[in-house]
Design a protein around this ligand. Structure first.
Ligand code: AMP
Length: 119
């Protein structure tokens, strides 16, 4: 990951800005939700901030409400996807050891099958 990556080079900025056409399952002034291009579970969505924040480790105090909103939107979309009752997982990878590959803050929303606890 290169945290210095410019917004203009960021694939998620391009999706958020509409430069890369992508079906949005949810959108508002702060976040968008779209399907992960390489789904690991039957439902695998990404809750992505419109603001370019390279990772959770880069969030500032002013982003606290935004990060909370990501969780609320994940809950709402999980209901819409029909996985709220069966259960789901939200994950934010931050930094190299987590396996983060896209340096733009996003939350994975995964479900639709039983998930084992990984390592
Ligand atoms: P990570 O940075 O490891 O938390 O995960 C980034 C996720 O973004 C991966 O699961 C990728 O499959 C996904 N991804 C990368 N590019 C795109 C894209 N253009 N559209 C949708 N998902 C993407």
């Amino acid at each position: 990951m290169n945290p210095e990556q410019k917004d203009t080079d960021c694939i998620f900025c391009k999706i958020v800005n509409g430069e890369v056409p992508t079906e949005l399952l949810y959108q508002d002034e702060d976040v968008v939700v779209f399907r992960d291009i390489n789904p690991l579970t039957p439902v695998h969505l990404l809750v992505v901030t419109r603001k370019h924040i390279p990772s959770l480790a880069h969030m500032s105090d002013e982003d606290t409400a935004l990060v909370g909103k990501m969780t609320r939107v994940a809950n709402q979309v999980a209901k819409e996807q029909g996985i709220a009752d069966s259960g789901y997982r939200v994950t934010i990878n931050s930094g190299a050891d987590s396996g983060q590959i896209v340096p733009h803050l996003h939350m994975h929303l995964m479900g639709g099958r039983h998930l084992r606890w990984g390592h």
